[in-house]
Design a protein around this ligand. Structure first.
Ligand SMILES: Nc1ncnc2c1ncn2[C@@H]1O[C@H](COP(=O)(O)OP(=O)(O)OP(=O)(O)O)[C@@H](O)[C@H]1O
Ligand SMILES: [Mg+2]
Length: 250
């Protein structure tokens, strides 16, 4: 496809597509405590990239650096090959990035409808409601309810609808299945696969490492702020790889 060639001559062995997101040698700290050390990862378009690792490894921090909520002390953040390290979260959102944070990231005192409007970008209220309820019909029955009074699963659906309504190209999702009943976890994972099938680049952090790897193309394992594995996601499911990198540590 011509628009994906990026000026690379046919037959060239060079990479044909730029990663949607790239973290290059990222260092990050809270105060004087270093939590990320030279973290490098790539998130390819229309693919799921899993970021896994034990509690405190630095997964949330990596997503915060990627979305601009946190400034790294070293390294570079690239969006479609362009250095965006010094830009803030609002600008990154305008350029097609959507961060669904740990703990939902919804306005609890606003209604479902008002939350959807906040997510809508340039869409009308009606359009944003139609899009959200096409993927999460249950939200349609709750439009005038305050978000804070929704069930945990409904709150997560509302949070994830931002990743659909705003038509982002890159979605960062932090622990979407946390605290949810298994049947809602199924809904969440199906939704993430729908996003991927629509061409969205996904960087996914989730407590269910095996399930996350099963829908992922690429995977990175973080341990104590360092990448200890980066490569094919399915490879991590082979032999004793999972045990070696995740099992014993989680
Ligand atoms: N606001 C903060 N102030 C100080 N230290 C923090 C802060 N947030 C996180 N940390 C520390 O930074 C390290 C990485 O935290 P982070 O939240 O990125 O890990 P995580 O991999 O997302 O963990 P979890 O699986 O528990 O969500 C941890 O040691 C944590 O205690
Ligand atoms: Mg976390």
């Amino acid at each position: 496809m011509a628009q994906h060639l990026n000026g690379v001559a046919p037959g060239s062995t060079a990479t044909l597509t730029k990663p949607a997101l790239e973290l290059k040698d990222i260092d990050a700290s809270y105060g004087t405590t270093a939590v990320l050390r030279k973290v490098s990862l790539k998130v390819e378009p229309a693919a799921v990239t899993a970021l896994i690792g034990p509690n405190g490894a630095g997964k949330t921090t990596s997503l915060r650096v990627a979305s601009g909520l946190m400034k790294p002390t070293g390294g570079t953040v690239l969006l479609d090959g362009e250095d965006i390290t010094s830009t803030g979260p609002a600008r990154r959102a305008k350029r097609g990035m959507c961060h669904v944070p740990e703990g939902r990231g919804i306005y609890r005192n606003l209604t479902v409808k008002e939350n959807l409007l906040m997510q809508a970008n340039e869409l009308s209220a009606q359009e944003s409601i139609e899009l959200a309820t096409s993927v999460f019909p249950r939200l349609g029955e709750r439009l005038s309810q305050k978000a804070g009074t929704l069930s945990g699963g409904e709150q997560q659906m509302l949070a994830l609808s931002a990743a659909y309504v705003a038509s982002p190209r890159l979605v960062l999702v932090d622990e979407p299945s946390l605290g949810l009943a298994p049947i809602i976890v199924d809904v969440v994972f199906e939704f993430l696969e729908t996003l991927r099938d629509k061409g969205v680049a996904l960087l996914l952090v989730d407590q269910y490492a095996l399930r996350t790897l099963s829908i992922a193309d690429q995977a990175y394992v973080l341990r104590r702020g360092e990448v200890v594995y980066g490569g094919d996601a399915k490879t991590l499911l082979e032999g004793n790889m999972f045990e070696q990198y995740i099992g014993e540590a989680s």
